[in-house]
Design a protein around this ligand. Structure first.
Ligand code: CO
Length: 134
């Protein structure tokens, strides 16, 4: 079951510049900055009230975020939904006809499990499922 919006992922070219804009100018609360080697990104987690925003900076040219920026420029990269059971949701959405890009959940930051949904299935928006750590 989809429980809530988990975060919005935004591709940025330079994380320090983006943090200055989103924290210092826009006024969001910075929670953490960390590197996720498996996704080849550096991530700044900010909050607008309860809503989580993740700024994603590629750490190499082979990063999916680097490819997205090369193709479409920086900007909104994906919308993530919190789920109670990532594997169960993969199976359910696949059966519903959506193109889920992961057959089984992959490990995300903070011991989460995640999976991606192809933009062609969601009106041009890359979707992510996030099952929080227990
Ligand atoms: Co995400």
């Amino acid at each position: 079951m989809i429980q809530s919006l988990h975060h919005i992922g935004i591709a940025v070219e330079n994380l320090d510049d983006a943090v200055r804009i989103y924290r210092d100018q826009l006024g969001l609360r910075l929670d953490s900055i960390e590197e996720v080697p498996t996704e080849r990104v550096r991530v700044a987690v900010l909050f607008a009230g309860e809503t989580r925003i993740e700024l994603l900076e590629p750490t190499g040219d082979d990063s999916p975020i680097a490819k997205a920026i090369a193709k479409r420029g920086p900007g909104v990269h994906h919308v993530a939904f919190q789920v109670d059971d990532a594997q169960g949701e993969i199976t359910r959405l696949d059966a519903a006809g959506l193109r889920v890009l992961d057959e089984e959940p992959r490990p995300g930051a903070h011991n989460t499990k995640c999976a991606f949904i192809h933009p062609k299935s969601l009106g041009g928006v890359l979707g992510e499922l996030v099952e929080p750590a227990r």
